[in-house]
Design a protein around this ligand. Structure first.
Ligand code: ZN
Length: 438
């Protein structure tokens, strides 16, 4: 009796405490990981500082920085392991392949390598030596995206796009304002000067210098060309920061005169009208920006063409079937990535009334034919060799691919985004007669 009772107590104690122990174990794993992450940041910071010293010595000896970090080894950097960040799980691969050192494994992105040297030299004229020279992007779960070694050989953390947050580069908002003002004064015509305006306006507002935002905006307005799209996007971002929405509308209405077919301008006008509560005008501009958006639920206009095998083909011939009109190209990564899914849906439903017409925006016929053969793609393909200027791409206003249009048995458009898991769901529903793109 006693033994049973004691066992019962022991068991119930175990049962009660087991989840707690599990939570504690979980927590201590998290603590360990966090400690390891912190340690990695420390080691990486030390690596960067040592690389900085080596770069400084190299520069003194050669009068210039090296083409690649590997040139520091072994004369200026005796240990090649210093080029590896402990948080780099691949053991020496920068995040961007263009930064990959040609001679040895290096975790760091070297910003001054031959391909970027001219660009970075120009930027340096504007931003000075505080801008990043070597960057590490391998640290996860940190309050920053990158650890940077600057041209002045100092280490600081920042976001990926350091141009957007100059306060991280210069230390404080006030110091950043000062540096950006100097940059603008020194290089007003540099193409990189354009990048200074929006962060500068944001920093002015952050430190309570609203007056200076207005001065900056007015100065910018006086130099901007009436048809310069890029400069107008900068100006509108500044006006929005300063809550001058009415002027943004005026600005883009003027811009529309110069670029009546620009999707950027038309979409922007749609968004502004939406914000101002003019929903009818917003809808009008959305339709202008994307004329085919109104086609969903309506009959897709017919086309007649010749397929890759020289056979005539028209959309009308497919009436009664559910059809995927698949605008794609071999050079389009997401299109090719989606192909196994499209093939699977085709194989599963082709006998129930589903078919596909591929409309290739390729310009290399041999590459297209090889791909179709190697991947055993059985459905008909239309190819003109004219890429974006293909007659069908123009007829249906295709401005981006993949553009998988799913058409119902009665010829009406169900969706222009029938891909991924959605493709099969929509095909199944369309074969049953339901035609709603949720
Ligand atoms: Zn690192």
């Amino acid at each position: 009796m006693n033994l049973v009772l004691t066992l019962g107590i022991v068991l119930s104690v175990l049962i009660t405490f087991a989840p707690v122990a599990k939570v504690q174990a979980q927590k201590s794993i998290e603590d360990l990981e966090e400690a390891q992450n912190r340690k990695n940041v420390d080691i990486c910071t030390q690596n960067l500082l040592t690389i900085g010293k080596a770069l400084e010595a190299y520069q003194k000896a050669h009068g210039d920085l090296p083409d690649w970090l590997s040139e520091l080894y072994p004369k200026y950097l005796p240990d090649a392991n210093l080029l590896l960040c402990p948080a780099d799980e691949m053991g020496g691969t920068p995040i961007f392949t263009s930064n990959a050192d040609p001679k040895m494994p290096v975790s760091y992105g070297y910003q001054f390598h031959p391909r970027y040297r001219d660009l970075k030299s120009e930027q340096r004229q504007v931003y000075g030596d505080a801008m990043p020279l070597v960057r590490c992007r391998h640290h996860k779960n940190q309050p920053f995206d990158c650890l940077n070694l600057s041209f002045a050989f100092k280490v600081y953390p920042s976001s990926h796009v350091w141009e957007d947050t100059p306060e991280e580069m210069y230390g404080t908002p006030e110091e950043a304002i000062e540096a950006l003002e100097v940059g603008l004064q020194k290089q007003p015509d540099s193409r990189h000067a354009l990048d200074l305006y929006v962060p500068l306006a944001r920093l002015y507002i952050e430190v309570g210098l609203e007056k200076d935002v207005n001065t900056l905006i007015n100065r910018f307005k006086s130099i901007i060309k009436p048809d310069d799209l890029q400069a107008h996007s900068v100006l509108s971002a500044m006006l929005e920061l300063a809550n001058r929405d009415g002027e943004v509308l005026e600005l883009f209405e003027n811009l529309e005169q110069h670029h009546p077919n620009s999707r950027y301008v038309l979409n922007k006008l749609a968004r502004i009208h939406e914000r101002l509560g003019n929903s009818e005008l917003a809808a009008e501009y959305r339709k202008k920006a994307d004329p085919m958006s109104a086609l969903v639920g309506k009959v897709v206009p017919n086309f007649s063409a010749t397929d890759l095998d020289g056979k005539p083909i028209s959309l009308q011939d497919y009436r009664g079937k559910v059809v995927l009109l698949d605008f794609w190209a071999v050079w389009c990564g997401p299109c090719v990535g989606e192909m196994p899914n499209v093939k699977k849906v085709y194989e599963t439903h082709k006998d129930k009334g589903f078919d596909i017409i591929g409309i290739s925006l390729d310009t290399d016929e041999e590459r297209l034919r090889n791909y179709l053969k190697e991947n055993d793609i059985p459905w008909q393909q239309i190819y003109s060799g004219k890429g974006w200027d293909s007659p069908l791409a123009k007829q249906y206003h295709i401005r981006g691919i993949p553009a998988p249009w799913l058409i119902a048995r009665d010829g009406t458009l169900i969706s222009r985004e029938a891909r991924g898991v959605k493709l099969e769901r929509l095909v199944v529903e369309a074969l049953r007669g339901k035609v709603e793109d949720k």
